[in-house]
Design a protein around this ligand. Structure first.
Ligand SMILES: *Cc1c(COP(=O)(O)O)cnc(C)c1O
Length: 385
């Protein structure tokens, strides 16, 4: 099955006595055990509704097995705690999702786990960070908010050579645009809250991997207890049916917006993997099937106030945190994801006060371009004069 077909048909359960097309919602937290192969319980991650969703995600990511969690952070923290123990070392790319960065810097040390953050996960930088106790390498590509591209195969090959488990946070790309398991990565993690849910109304996470690693993560997941209930699973299942459709429109809209912004005299810089002059464009072309719905740009406005004025002029694109939904959202990373960094640190990682990030939705392209055009005209006029 190709992806759009897999979104609709893969994983669907066939245990429906009334022959309804959709999976019934099993509201039970108590299941009979005399005639089942294993004991079923929500926190054992094996209820029918959990399994339908996980099977669909495995088909989309081409993984053997997986687990569904109550949030992206539950997926990330459980995976790390399952695969690491006191005395171990982990190498991570520095450009991490803020919550992951906070998890690593506040929790790992307390568990006796050390870590090294590398600026760019090239083989040379990974090699320099490698210790005899290194057990994991963890990357995110495209990264937030500058859409930096990491060469996935380079990292997974290096991990295999050194017998280290490789993990990728594939949230920004979604399984429609990037399938890291086919590129040799061991564990794929998603914040399903974003593209998989896609309507800004669900919070969940997922891990897709081999059966062997799934079983290792599962053992800890039962102890940590970050499972999802059946009603949410049914909404996730419905959301996944339109994932391919949504992401394709988001890709197309983002490409059009990036190209529009790049030629606009009131915009100084655009960050989007689909632009030929974006750093890493060629690698993105090799490892992605679409360039995604996330982009950032620097308008010719003055500081945070100028960026805010521009956002307030927009009529369709909505200033809000989070991403991946059907509606286009905009935010200033300096005031949201990177607010805890000092101005110097922000400068170091390339997040200026003027930088704006758009999570492109599925609206009509022309309406989004028109919205940006009028907002830029109202705010960068002084700079253009
Ligand atoms: C949102 C996000 C997370 C965390 O997911 P939650 O569902 O909010 O726990 C992790 N990684 C990335 C890239 C994200 O965007």
């Amino acid at each position: 099955m190709k992806k759009a077909t897999a979104c609709v048909h893969s994983g669907n359960a066939n245990h429906n006595p009334a022959h309804g097309l959709n999976t019934p919602i099993y509201t039970s937290s108590a299941f009979g055990y005399l005639d089942t192969a294993e004991n079923i319980y929500p926190r054992y991650y094996n209820t029918p509704n959990q399994e339908v969703v996980i099977n669909k995600l495995c088909a989309l990511e081409q993984g053997e097995a997986g687990l569904l969690f109550g949030s992206g952070m539950a997926a990330i923290s459980t995976t790390m705690l399952a695969l690491l123990q006191s005395g171990d070392h982990v190498v991570l790319q520095r450009d991490l999702y803020g919550g992951t960065h906070h998890l690593v810097t506040t929790e790992l040390g307390r568990a006796g786990i050390s870590y090294t953050l590398v600026d760019e996960p090239t083989v040379a930088n990974l090699e320099a960070a490698l210790q005899t106790s290194t057990k994991l390498v963890y990357i995110e590509t495209p990264s937030n908010p500058l859409l930096k591209i990491t060469n996935i195969t380079e990292v997974s090959d290096w991990a295999q050579q050194n017998q280290i488990i490789s993990i990728i946070d594939n949230t920004f790309a979604s399984p429609i645009n990037q399938n890291p398991i086919t590129l040799g990565v061991d564990v794929v993690i998603h914040s399903g809250t974003k593209y998989l849910g896609g309507h800004s109304d669900l919070c969940f996470g997922a891990v897709i991997t081999s059966q062997k690693l799934r079983d290792r993560i599962h053992a800890t997941a039962i102890n940590l207890g970050g499972s999802v209930n059946a009603a949410t699973c049914a909404l996730i299942e419905r959301s996944l049916k339109t994932l391919s459709l949504r992401v394709k429109q988001q890709n197309a809209n983002a490409q059009a917006i990036a190209e529009f912004l790049q030629q606009h005299p009131g915009v100084e810089k655009v960050y989007y993997p689909g632009l030929p002059d974006h750093d890493g464009h060629e690698i993105a072309q090799q490892q992605m099937q679409g360039f995604g719905g996330m982009l950032s740009f620097e308008p010719a406005v003055d500081g945070s106030d100028g960026a805010e004025q521009l956002m307030r002029q927009l009529k369709i694109i909505t200033p809000a945190i989070s991403l991946g939904g059907v509606e286009s959202l905009i935010c200033a990373p300096a005031k949201t994801s990177h607010i805890k960094l000092s101005p110097e640190e922000r400068q170091q990682v390339g997040v200026s006060d003027e930088l704006l990030r758009i999570s492109v939705g599925i609206e009509d392209t022309e309406d989004l371009l028109e919205d940006l055009k009028q907002a830029l005209a109202a705010t960068v006029a002084a700079q253009l004069a």
